[in-house]
Ligand binder design. Structure first.
Ligand code: ADP
Ligand code: MG
Length: 233
C-alpha cells in the first residue's frame, strides 16, 4: 500500500509572550491508504494542530507535508486549495450542519456553491447516506436527527469529494458510549471501503482496537505504536 499522508520533521511554532510555543516539534508520521490511525494525547499536546497541518489549513514553521506524493509547501494557494478539495476530508467534533437543509442537501452545498451539475452529485450523496446508515433520513433536517445521526451526516459529507486522506477530530466527544462505538465502527468501515488514510483524534482508548495503530502526542512530539489488544472483560 502506498503512503497517502506523510509528515516529515514537521514543526509548528506559535508566538507565546516573549518566547515561542512548539505546538508540533519535529513530527514524523506516515499513513497509508486503508490505514486507520488513532491519535491520542493530553489536551494541548498538539493533536488538533497536527490535523490542521495535515489538512493543509495551517502551514508548518518547518518540515514537509506530503499528500499523495505532492509536497504541499511547493504549491501555490490555489493549487493547495484544489489539493485539499480533491484529496482531504475533514470531520470535526461538531457536525456544523446548516439548520434549514435536509441531510442530502448538506452533502450538496459545496457542489451547489461551485455551480456543478447536481444530478450526479445527488446520486453520490444518496449512496453515501446509505453507506453511513441514513438512507431513510435523507430528507430530514438536523433537528429531526439524533446526535449520532448528525455525526453520520458529517461523515458522509466529508466523503463527498472521495478523499484519500480523512482527518477526524474527536468525533465522539458529544456522544454517549453506544453511539460513540458505532461512529468509530463506521469510520473503520469507510476506511476499508474507500481505502482512505484515516487519522482520528480520540479520547476513547477502549476503541483503539478498532484501529490499526496508535500515535501518542505529548508536548508537540509524537510516538507511534501498535494498538493494544482488546481488554478482556
Ligand atoms: P490538542 O488538540 O492536543 O488539545 P492543540 O493542537 O489544540 O492541542 O494545541 C497545541 C498547543 O498549541 C497548545 O498549547 C495550544 O494552546 C497551542 N495553540 C493551538 N492553536 C494556537 C493558535 N492559533 N495560537 C496560539 N497557540 C495555539
Ligand atoms: Mg484538539
Amino acid at each position: 500500500m502506498t503512503t497517502a499522508l506523510n509528515l516529515v520533521n514537521v514543526s509548528l511554532e506559535y508566538p507565546d509572550g516573549g518566547s515561542t510555543l512548539k505546538a508540533l516539534d519535529a513530527v514524523n508520521l506516515s499513513v497509508r491508504r486503508g490505514e486507520f490511525l488513532s491519535l491520542v494525547g493530553p489536551s494541548g499536546s498538539g493533536k488538533s494542530s497536527l490535523l490542521a497541518v495535515a489538512a493543509t489549513l495551517v502551514t508548518p514553521t518547518a518540515g514537509l507535508v506530503v499528500i499523495d506524493g505532492q509536497d504541499v509547501s511547493a504549491l501555490k494557494d490555489a493549487q493547495r486549495t484544489a489539493l485539499r478539495r480533491d484529496k482531504v476530508g475533514i470531520i470535526f467534533q461538531q457536525p456544523n450542519l446548516l439548520p434549514s437543509l435536509t441531510a442530502v442537501e448538506q452533502l450538496l452545498v459545496r457542489e451547489h456553491l461551485r455551480g456543478h451539475a447536481l444530478k450526479q452529485a445527488r446520486r453520490t450523496a444518496e449512496e453515501l447516506l446509505d453507506v453511513v446508515g441514513l438512507s431513510g433520513a435523507a430528507h430530514k433536517r438536523p433537528h429531526q436527527l439524533s446526535g449520532g445521526q448528525r455525526q453520520r451526516v458529517n461523515i458522509a459529507r466529508a466523503l463527498m469529494g472521495n478523499p484519500l486522506v480523512l482527518l477526524v477530530d474527536e468525533p465522539t466527544a458529544a456522544l454517549d458510549h453506544e453511539r460513540s462505538e458505532s461512529i468509530v465502527r463506521l469510520l473503520r468501515q469507510v476506511t476499508d471501503e474507500f481505502t482512505t488514510a484515516t487519522v482520528m483524534v480520540t479520547h476513547d482508548t477502549e476503541f483503539l482496537p478498532l484501529t490499526d495503530a496508535v500515535a501518542t502526542m505529548r508536548d508537540g512530539r509524537i510516538s507511534r505504536a501498535a494498538v493494544p489488544s482488546a481488554q478482556p472483560n
